[in-house]
Design a binder for this molecule. Structure first.
Ligand SMILES: NC(=O)c1ccc[n+]([C@@H]2O[C@H](COP(=O)([O-])OP(=O)(O)OC[C@H]3O[C@@H](n4cnc5c(N)ncnc54)[C@H](OP(=O)(O)O)[C@@H]3O)[C@@H](O)[C@H]2O)c1
Length: 290
């Protein structure tokens, strides 16, 4: 990577829903960069295989943008789609043929000559780790991918691969409403190995604010109270809660609104006390620590 991953990353999963024309997409990327968000998270499959190309179109329209940002993308999931008529069922594929073809398609769509970080999107149950490590080496030698990582893998699956090739990041779900990564060894492993956790759905996909269930309401109330004491929004406090973990998580935003990106960046200057962190944990679990 020519530059580090930015401490907040912008996610493009929902890009096709924002209905931005090319110049608005360029403006959106520029505004994210102005906020210090220089890393952009994609996957081949986002928007039914269309979102990388929407982003690439903006990069082509504004030469100079590419060198100011890092592209993350993922591969390994095969969707049933008119864009991929050869896929008969939804499945995972970490074979050399699939990964190489997928990277080439991502490079074309993103209109770039390299991907800064490539993640295996989901753990392939048929993973042959030596073969995949060889594929990574081929991509590295060709200059097509600079770094590798995984997403949604168990600690054991991470170990299989990282013993054969260095991994930079593990992209996982984590939020005040989804705390499994605290309990299943995922964040401990990140901490132990210095593997950066990149956090997807940091606001639980919006459920933190729209959920009518008791857990969402309890957590929302505590985040709002903590935010009011500091003059920031509940969303900012949710990001601050994630950032408080010592594994140095990198939250990935999901919104198309620049104001929402600004709320995420505001969390970088907040350090929650351990008691406030546990207050949110308690609201989420519905009970105090034993
Ligand atoms: N590796 C994986 O398997 C995986 C899976 C899922 C996602 N991801 C990545 O993670 C990124 C983020 O995931 P996500 O979209 O689920 O993130 P999120 O931040 O948890 O959810 C974003 C959604 O919440 C809504 N929202 C409601 N109130 C909001 C507020 N106050 N501030 C911000 N958003 C609010 C947004 O709507 P508005 O747009 O109206 O603000 C948007 O629809 C994705 O773009 C993708 O890059 C990776």
């Amino acid at each position: 990577m020519k530059q580090q991953l930015s401490p907040i990353t912008a996610g493009l999963w929902r890009l096709h829903q924002w209905h931005l024309d090319v110049s608005a997409r360029v403006r959106w990327i520029e505004q994210a960069l102005d906020l210090g968000i220089t890393t952009f998270d994609h996957a081949d499959i986002y928007g039914d295989y269309a979102n990388e190309a929407l982003f690439g179109e903006a990069l082509a329209a504004a030469p100079g943008l590419r060198q100011r940002l890092q592209t993350v993308t993922k591969c390994g999931i095969k969707l049933v789609s008119a864009q991929r008529p050869a896929h008969a069922i939804k499945s995972y594929d970490s074979s050399r043929a699939h990964v190489l073809a997928s990277v080439d398609a991502s490079l074309r769509a993103l209109r770039t000559d390299h991907i800064d970080l490539l993640l295996m999107h989901r753990p392939d149950l048929l993973l042959a780790p030596d073969d995949l490590a060889d594929t990574f080496r081929l991509l590295l030698a060709a200059g097509k991918v600079l770094h590798f990582g995984v997403s949604n893998h168990s600690p054991g699956q991470v170990n299989l691969l990282r013993k054969r090739h260095p991994l930079l990041a593990h992209q996982i779900e984590f939020s005040p409403l989804q705390m499994q990564a605290l309990a299943d060894g995922t964040l401990e492993q990140c901490l132990d190995l210095g593997l950066r956790p990149m956090i997807w759905s940091p606001l639980a996909g919006g459920r933190l604010f729209s959920g009518h269930d008791e857990q969402a309401q309890r957590v929302r109330d505590v985040l709002a109270e903590l935010g009011a004491a500091r003059g920031v929004s509940a969303a900012t406090m949710a990001y601050a809660w994630i950032l408080r973990h010592p594994s140095r998580p990198i939250p990935i935003t999901g919104s198309g609104r620049i104001e929402a990106l600004r709320e995420a960046v505001a969390a970088l200057s907040i350090k929650l006390s351990a008691e406030d962190w546990y207050r949110v944990w308690q609201a989420s679990m519905g009970y105090e620590v034993p």
